[in-house]
Design a protein around this ligand. Sequence first.
Ligand code: DGJ
Length: 744
Amino acid sequence: MSIEINEQEKIFILNTKHSTYMIKADDTGCLRHLYYGPSVPDKDLTFLQAGCDRGFSGNPYEKKLDRGYSFDTIPQEYSCHGTGDHRVYAAEAETEEGSRATDLRYESYRAEKGVYEPEGLPHVRPDEDAAQEETLRILMRDAVTDLTAELIYTVFSEKDVIERAVRLTNDSDRTLFLNKAASVCVDHQYGDFDIIHFHGRHCMERQPERLPVPTGVFSVQSGRGISSHHHNPFVIICDHDAGEDHGSCYGYMLMYSGSHKTEIEKDQTGSVRLVTGVNNDEFRWKLTPGETFQTPAVIMTFSDKGLGKLTRKFHRIIRENVIDRKYLNSERPVLLNSWEACYMEFNDEKMLELADGAKDLGIEMVVMDDGWFGDRDSDNSGLGDWFVNLNKIKCGLPELVRKINDKGLRFGIWMEPEMISEDSDLYRAHPEWALTDPDRKPVMARNQLVLDMTREDVREYLFNCISEILSSANIEYVKWDNNRGLDNLYSNALPEDRQGEVSHRYVLGMYDLLGRVTKAFPDVMIEGCCGGGGRFDAGMLFYCPQIWCSDNTDAINRLKIQRGTAYGYPVSAIGSHVSESPNQLTWRHSPLETRAAVAMSGTFGYELDPSRLTEEEKEEIRQEIREYRIYRKVIQSGRYFRLNIGGADPSRFSAERLPSLDFQAWEFVSDDRSEAFVFVAALSVEANAPFQLIRPDGLDPDMTYHIAGTDVTVSGAALMYNGLRLDMMRGDFPIRRIHLIEHL
Ligand code: DGJ
């Protein structure tokens, strides 16, 4: 049973295949966190929490004589502000009189079959056989304000995942204001851990950083209205010695695409509290009597077998239960995107020329990027005017798409629905539709403003424009871009006491529009994008099966970006293209083979003008696409491994650099382990370098494998335990691809 309940003792146990999570409501109604970790048979671990009198950690009134009992030290499930717990907190509600004290205590529970599916927010979808999942709802109440918090836990037992979310309701007859409403609080007791988080910048997203949890508060956050290039809403807490295949690791992934905050506090007792949710810095949510606020959901998983396993658990739940199931086994098209080929300088003839070039190479889809609509010859104008620019697309969109389809190619288009240029007909007609503080000049970014997605009329306008375009021709893919964050957080449509809701309402509005579009056009695949990877999160993946990973297409930089991204997000979701060499951003030269191998380890496409390729390059690309068609299924749906090379565990970031050669190695293994692809990239080479062994992972030790392109057959055991010796790697950024197939 996934959920076990001891009514008498008010103990709740959530069992996944390999983990146990335990909660208890004690005699004051405090909801204690008892345990999260490897499966244990015990049914009550309260004894581990014997109280201890600590100076300056006060006691609730009913325990005034029991000085060892303090909310400041008890591990809790959903901590509150202002009533004795001085650690980072999950919830704070303010009354009309200005009191911010919040004190949620256990009231009741409900357990049911099935999953939690909040209206209008991304969530983990049920398995096909939904009878597997169970949901526990624990109701807490503040006896003074009648704020209630329903803590929701859905257990995906087979997948080792617990999804958590909270519904906060004003059950009183007076108005309350939520100043903070986090999704999750977990107290890891007395732990000595590392944090791994994923920071970055535009064009260099999701770089892992690993550091010991310090005493005090460490936070990972975005206040940009987007999940951001800078700090991803995904963190790992693990043992100091956790590596790829050993050690305890906990992963917390917020399913949210807006401003977020994760706080990790190591307190006076040595406990480590993690609180994650919507960023409260710019948040104040009015709850009128009867109103409910739903927090975004969090995907939590635990691995006691290291970071590799943790990664694969996230990949599985996202591929199978977050991304729309219809994409689970659908092969993503190899596409040619026009952006780095010609930016906004194109017309219908150029698009047809690109299509001819793409067809000749074996590419399957052509995507017309930015520049086809309104008055859009530069990024200073046109956003909002979603009408085909007939000076550029002279034959019209339906005719252009028909001609491209006639060549045997599919067609995709770029849009940036949430934005508006000052120089646009839309802005001239509706300046009030832009988010702007009426008393200030707006902060500009890429010379554009953000549409007020909290407004229904704005969403209606956008839905109609998008529908019109998508119905006008056989469009099978949309790249949904967004090229700036939110700065001017003021909506003309909301009253003054609801301006603190703008940032979150924006995200809800964006989800609403995406939900409507995906429902109305179920055959159109949407690739998310936000100036590259500024909104790469599980919230977007609920609507978009893939996301453009970065505006940086330099293959060597991409090795780092894609590797960091793949810690939490599946490779089938990572938009990745081969572009020109030298790269237009870094001016670096890299071999076509290396660029292809890196792009293949994502959704694979091209972003260049085929007419600028030599005949030799064209032939190489044809061959790569032919090979990718063989690789595609295993890459997009197989298990992903970061590989250990030369004795350096890839999770120990500092130990990763080797004296003579700098490698990065990764692998995809089919579910039945009969096939694997190993990739090894050398970031620098030296003369007369020592031999290096690469040890594939995840194979069947008892199977015999054939190494494609050779006459060698070898056991899975020898491959995994001894490894393969790499031949001497030479030149700039060489790559090796090793294909292992079961030898029957
Ligand atoms: C940012 C995207 O990441 C690029 O790929 C491209 O679509 C441009 N926007 C277009 O403006």
